[in-house]
Write a protein of this length. Structure first.
Length: 419
């Protein structure tokens, strides 16, 4: 009889038996408990604040709006002096414009010209819109009743002086800068940027664009991880590439200490002969091999190198990408002072069919088309093209599931991860 390979086992893609696989949520809550900020604080001009992490609460120094004002161009008066039906009021001399308020008092039963943003003069609590008025010589006519306070903005109706406008730990957005400016701040207390070193490992890995011999592959992870760190608002520091050589790796890590606050490596993180990242971290006694029930993902080696946290990401680009988003990003957020950053996902109908096994969380490369989540044709974790094709991830919870088109699945856009 000709020799045949053994038949494929039904469980060939199942998780190894007898191993304690940590669920993703348990792994995340451990990170959440154990990590804290490692960054200093500094003040930056307001205009430089975007993407930075706020180090203290921002308290409103001034109300917004700082005084009652008019929301429209029109005529202001005291509502109490106006009844129902047609109203004709005498106009006082002058007007109130934004930045050039009317100085006097408007007597009850009279009206004054007001322009959008102008402070309401004394005696005015209500404004009628230009379009609802007829204006004659020294008087204005409109139809009552007009609700007291119409077309005006109250002092502090947006933000009252003394309240916390922005909380420490917030990653500042352009809208936050507008808010901080509106309530009187010209500079902001922020944490210094987290410095994130990125290192690639592997004898087969060569610099993109160089000539590659057979058996070699271009370093796809380093440009990806560096730019992800930069998108998260961190200072991304290129630690280059090292071969599968423990001494070279040791020297490179030693050289990074002092220049970085965290290190991301890719490759060499499992338990194989050439897996020097995990071996080296184990030597120092500071390795934790995280066997996380996650696809794509395993293995993830977490350790400390002379006080610097090292995230040993998998070598496969897809797994490195997913582990970066799911684990390294929230972990680095804590180191950076930003608190816990959970991505926001949306339940959308699936455009695909999938039978998912229980026992691990899965992330599929996905994008939304016509309101439905499409997933990339292959789940292979070397398929870099799928990462680029996708616009987010579909997150499938740890339990088993048979997904049919139209079933709701959780889609997390790349943007929700800060990309
Ligand atoms: P490793 O985790 O070192 O066993 O690597 C797993 C797979 O990822 C192998 O196929 C490696 O060739 C590949 N890989 C490792 N590092 C990189 C990298 N920087 N860019 C692209 N692929 C990589
Ligand atoms: Mg390797």
């Amino acid at each position: 009889m000709p020799l045949k390979p053994p038949p494929l086992r039904n469980d060939c893609f199942a998780l190894p038996p007898g191993v304690d696989w940590t669920p993703v949520d348990a792994a995340l809550s451990m990170l959440r408990q154990r990590l804290s900020p490692v960054v200093a604080r500094e003040d930056v001009p307001l205009g430089d604040g975007v993407g930075r992490v706020l180090a203290d609460d921002i308290v409103a120094r001034r109300s917004n709006p700082p005084e009652a004002n008019t929301a429209v161009d029109g005529y202001g008066f005291a509502a109490g002096a106006v009844g129902e039906g047609d109203v004709v009021l005498p106009l006082v001399e002058g007007r109130s414009a934004a930045g050039a308020p009317f100085s006097g008092r408007v007597p009850g039963g009279a009206a004054v010209r007001v322009l959008t943003g102008a402070a309401l003069p004394e005696g005015v609590d209500t404004v009628v819109l230009d379009e609802d008025c007829a204006v004659g010589e020294g008087e204005v006519a409109f139809r009552g009743p007009v609700k007291r306070g119409a077309n005006t903005r109250k002092v502090g109706e947006d933000v009252a002086e003394g309240v916390t406008a922005l909380s420490a730990g917030r990653v500042l957005t352009p809208a936050d800068l507008a808010l901080a400016a509106a309530v009187g701040h010209g500079a902001l207390p922020v944490f210094s940027r987290l410095r994130v070193g990125v290192l690639s490992t592997g004898d087969e890995v060569v610099e993109p664009g160089r000539t590659a011999a057979p058996g070699q592959i271009f370093d796809a992870n380093r440009p990806m991880l560096l730019s992800m760190a930069a998108r998260f608002g961190y200072e991304a520091i290129d630690l280059g590439h090292v071969r599968d050589d423990r001494n070279a790796l040791r020297a490179r890590l030693d050289g990074a200490v002092g220049a970085v606050d965290a290190i991301l490596t890719s490759g060499g993180a499992s338990a194989g002969d050439e897996d020097h990242v995990s071996a080296l971290l184990r030597e120092t006694g500071a390795l934790a091999e995280w066997r996380i029930a996650l696809k794509p993902g395993r293995p993830l080696a977490l350790g400390m190198w002379q006080g610097v946290p090292v995230f040993g990401l998998p070598g496969n680009p897809v797994a490195a990408f997913v582990c970066m988003l799911v684990f390294a990003r929230p972990a680095m957020g804590l180191l950076a002072g930003a608190g816990w950053q959970a991505p926001v996902g949306f339940d959308v109908p699936a455009a695909f069919t999938k039978r998912k096994k229980p026992g691990r969380r899965e992330y599929l490369r996905a994008r939304i088309r016509e309101g439905r989540a499409e997933v990339f044709a292959s789940e292979g974790s070397g398929r870099v093209s799928g990462l680029s094709w996708a616009e987010g991830l579909v997150e499938l919870e740890d339990g088993g599931r048979d997904i049919e088109p139209g079933d709701l699945v959780r889609f997390i856009p790349y943007g929700s991860f800060g990309l």
